[in-house]
Write a protein that binds this ligand. Structure first.
Ligand code: BTN
Length: 263
């Protein structure tokens, strides 16, 4: 375990947080297995408040659908928020798209580039994925016990390039200014909290639709039992992707086990 002082600076991040009723605990470490796993274990051990946990690198960074998330030292942001929303379990599915809007807006407020969202959780700049989100939750009697929202952002290109399997699709913000990392972590958190505090109103939804890639285009839907072609038509109020098959059938896709591929 690397015990050097972390690049992410908890005091500076805390100073840059500007949302109301801020009682968040900020923890920064040099290296961990997965920030999502760290905050989940805090929750399991009884942590009650909101926690922001940031690592400079992860040895077992996780992505959606059991994939790993490449998390080299110092070239990315790996952060997780521990939340205790007093909401029904179904609301948990809104956290990922809500977070995608927060991350996309935060990036645009600091970097001069337009960022787009690929349903449901990927942030793209110039056709390359620069950030992803992994939301996990624990539930009791149909309510959320706690939720973990993990965010990974590629800030600069890794020294030895991205691994082969993501080399043609991954990108980075390529921003090297000192304190950029801390500013972006704080800005993502500020915007996340802004939308989170009004989650049931779904104030993020119009922005999500505006930023969405591939609406109106033909996509390949990869479900557990079949793969088919359809046109991406809309996002409904529960953030399901509405697609229409060539036979005219309208299908609402939940994010669950479905992937989309652009043709
Ligand atoms: C994806 O693109 O499939 C989601 C990637 C989420 C990665 C972040 S990095 C911080 C947090 N800790 C993890 O292990 N994963 C998330």
């Amino acid at each position: 375990m690397n015990t050097e002082k972390p690049l992410a600076d908890s005091a500076l991040i805390k100073k840059l947080l500007s949302f109301e009723n801020n009682d968040i605990s900020v923890i920064t470490v040099r290296e961990t297995s997965s920030t999502n796993d760290e905050v989940r274990s805090l929750a399991v051990n009884g942590a009650e408040g909101t926690v922001l946990y940031v690592a400079d690198s992860q040895t077992k960074g996780r992505g959606r659908k059991g994939r790993s998330f490449f998390s080299p030292d110092g070239t990315g942001i790996y952060m997780s928020l521990l939340l205790h929303p007093s909401l029904p379990a179904e609301s948990c599915t809104l956290l990922t798209p809500m977070c995608a809007v927060a991350v996309s807006e935060a990036i645009e407020s600091i970097v001069s580039a337009e960022s787009k969202i690929k349903w449901v959780n990927d942030i793209f700049i110039d056709g390359r994925k620069v950030a992803g989100i992994l939301t996990e939750g624990a539930f009791t009697k149909g309510r959320i016990d706690y939720a973990v929202v993990g965010i990974g952002v590629n800030i600069s290109l890794p020294e030895e390039d991205f691994p082969e399997e993501i080399r043609s699709t991954a990108g980075a913000l390529t921003e090297n200014r000192t304190d950029f990392r801390n500013e972006l972590i704080a800005e993502i958190t500020n915007r996340f909290m802004h939308y989170y505090k009004q989650l049931p109103k779904k104030a993020f939804l119009d922005k999500y639709r505006e930023k969405l890639l591939f609406l109106g285009e033909e996509i390949t839907v990869i479900a557990a039992d079949k793969t088919y072609t359809a046109t991406a038509e809309d996002i409904d109020d529960d953030c399901r992707l509405i697609v229409r098959t060539p036979e005219g059938e309208r299908i609402a896709l939940g994010s669950g086990e479905i992937s989309i591929k652009i043709r």
